[in-house]
Design a protein around this ligand. Sequence first.
Ligand SMILES: *Cc1c(COP(=O)(O)O)cnc(C)c1O
Length: 466
Amino acid sequence: MRSLKEQMKKELEQKDIFELAKELAYSYLDSVNDKDAYPDKKSIENLKIFDEELPKNSNSSQKVLKLLHNYGSPATTAQIGGRYFGFVNGGVLPISLAVRWLSDTWDQNGALFVMSPVVSKLEEVVQGWMVDLLDLPKESVVGFVSGTSQATFCAIAAARYRILKSLGWDVNRQGLYGAPKVRIIVSKHIHASALKAISLLGFGKDSIEWIEVDTEGRALYSSLPNLDERSIVILQAGNVNSGSFDEFYSICKAANKAKAWVHIDGAFGLWVRASKKLKHLTKGIELASSWSLDAHKSLNTPYDNGMIICKDKEALVGALQASGEYILYSDNRDGMLYTPQMSRRARVVELWAALKYLGKDGVDELIYDLHLKARYFANELQKLGFDVLNEVVFNQILIRYKDDIITKDILEFIQKSGVCWMGSTKWFGKFAIRISISSWATSKDDIDKCIASFKKVIEVLEDENI
Ligand SMILES: *Cc1c(COP(=O)(O)O)cnc(C)c1O
């Protein structure tokens, strides 16, 4: 071990390997827009180089870095380029990436103030900024978590804690066996991650009462069951397929009257609240009890970066708090009070940097620009003869050409072309190509290149038909 330790000490002093990492990262950045949006077959096959026994002897740092770059970089999706439209995956803001390099060097643990005063301070500041930016109730607290799946889990745990507490039942101590029944009421189009949270928290999917949706996938007030003080309602700001927004105002009003808890899954869509022109889509959302969203989606911070925002601090902290003699809570902000984990990377730093860099106007511009690009893309596709299946209210586009089979053929051709990448979905039983405009880096030129590929495939298909 001695010689290894000496070597590591030297590496920290000489910094050659950091220079090499920088050089390799720059070469990736410089080539990402020319690289295929999805790795080619050969790059994926070459990943078998990693199938080896755990080496007995140590390897040089240079060798480790170069191996990763030579075989790992080509097998990445070009997510930070301008033509990756898969799932709802955001790109990356340069400042957030740069700040991550720096803060990774700090290697901070965000669990407690005593572990990292700077993380505690930035979490406190960003909590205030986010509540202000999204125009949510002032008393709301924010937990910095890995993403919306985890955030929604925290929200439902808080709701469960609060509802049972008000019925005289301490779920932390008494558990769920024999507890008063809690009702779970969710949209038919709820995201899979919310269903997962419902299962993990012991409610079971069979107990769900469903809210019907309209043709855009919006949960309808007219289909809302009668609510009571035992009800948890989960709504969406941004349907994961169509991007649509539920009928928040009337549903939240009814929920407030009944003293029910409303959680909003706003993974990518809640960000429209930061855009003057799009904010109207979220009318009434401020009447909910909790909200979840991802900075790694529409805001374009690096992965992973999500938030649980909760109006009821006592419920969130009550549901998630841990105790132990060695845990040193302070008078300052202790991040682990608001999250399920203890040890946690300092992800708030990248979020703080994004917000500080962009400012309110910059966030507005970024979010509205995603919408404008989506509308442009959808219009151009329509001109080529595609059916656009959804109202492009934000950044999601669902398209289809004639029938399932032709649409599948087109998608396969596009995915193979490497020019751009996007996935598929079923929309009310029909196969659809699903495009998500989630990166600041997508330019008009990028969209035009994609349109040219769509045009080409349609010409080929039509030639075949003749
Ligand atoms: C992405 C997404 C999620 C899950 O978020 P993760 O950050 O991947 O955990 C939940 N709901 C919606 C609407 C999403 O788009």
